[in-house]
Ligand binder design. Structure first.
Ligand code: GLN
Length: 241
């Protein structure tokens, strides 16, 4: 059976800090290498957002987040419906912050988020910059590695659980050892890098969730030769500089 998934990249012209686009490239290539057809579209300011199996939103400075927040908020009900239908979301840093209830920058008005995650973010006094290693309870290998650069402090509540527990770096807020958040198939994280090229097991996990949503059936992906990806991943585990 030939498989297909549809992927939307939300506001790449504004939220693409540290080449977060690399996450979308990884998802597309890991599908193509398995002959899974990918329908892909970029959503920019003013575009309507259609039904997709997977939505990606990257990170950005406060200025870009302010520009995107208004647009994204107009799509809140639509994207909430998508979440509740099982669509997969991956938000990185600024995009992650806007998936919560609000982001209060240091010197700007509070930005409404779209509440896909039961979380909120307030600007901290210190900017967290550096490598991060965090341990999940659902991936194999357990680890995620990446790079953080944010002043926002994110706090999770309700049924939104951490994506992982920090072993190196700061993660959500530098206080509670949590990194990222997850609710249903919505995933947020502070890990730039970009994240997925160095964490192929997480990329495949997201692709399998997107296929399960589309075909209403659990589909296990064929393994790829990820020797180079894991050589990079392993070289970064608990490396703080
Ligand atoms: N502007 C936000 C912050 O500083 C997000 C930064 C980012 O996306 N790297 O917390």
């Amino acid at each position: 059976m030939s498989l297909k998934i549809s992927i939307a990249h939300l506001y790449p012209k504004l939220l693409n800090l540290y080449g977060d686009r690399g996450n979308v490239i990884t998802l597309i290539k890991r599908c193509e290498w398995r002959c899974i057809e990918v329908e892909f579209e970029e959503i920019n300011t003013g575009d309507s957002i259609k039904d997709h199996d997977l939505y990606f939103i990257g990170g950005g400075q406060d200025k870009q987040q302010i520009e995107v927040a208004g647009e994204l908020y107009l799509q809140k009900n639509n994207l909430t419906d998508q979440r509740d239908k099982g669509a997969v979301f991956l938000g990185i840093c600024g995009g992650y912050q806007l998936m919560g209830h609000y982001y209060r920058p240091f010197d700007a008005e509070q930005l409404n988020g779209i509440s896909l995650l039961d979380a909120y973010t307030v600007a901290g006094k210190k900017r967290f910059i550096g490598n991060v290693t965090a341990v999940t309870d659902f991936l194999e290998p357990r680890t995620l590695v990446g790079f953080e650069n944010h002043s926002g402090l994110t706090y999770l509540q309700g049924e939104t659980k951490p994506l992982a527990t920090v072993t190196t770096g700061n993660g959500n807020n530098g206080q509670d050892k949590t990194e990222g958040g997850r609710y249903k198939n919505v995933f947020g994280t502070y890990l730039h890098g970009s994240l997925l090229p160095k964490n192929p097991h997480f990329a495949d996990y997201l692709i399998e969730l997107a296929l399960e949503k589309r075909y209403n059936d659990k589909i296990t992906l064929d393994k790829l030769d990820d020797a180079l990806e894991y050589q990079t991943h392993n070289s970064l585990i608990n490396k703080s500089y």
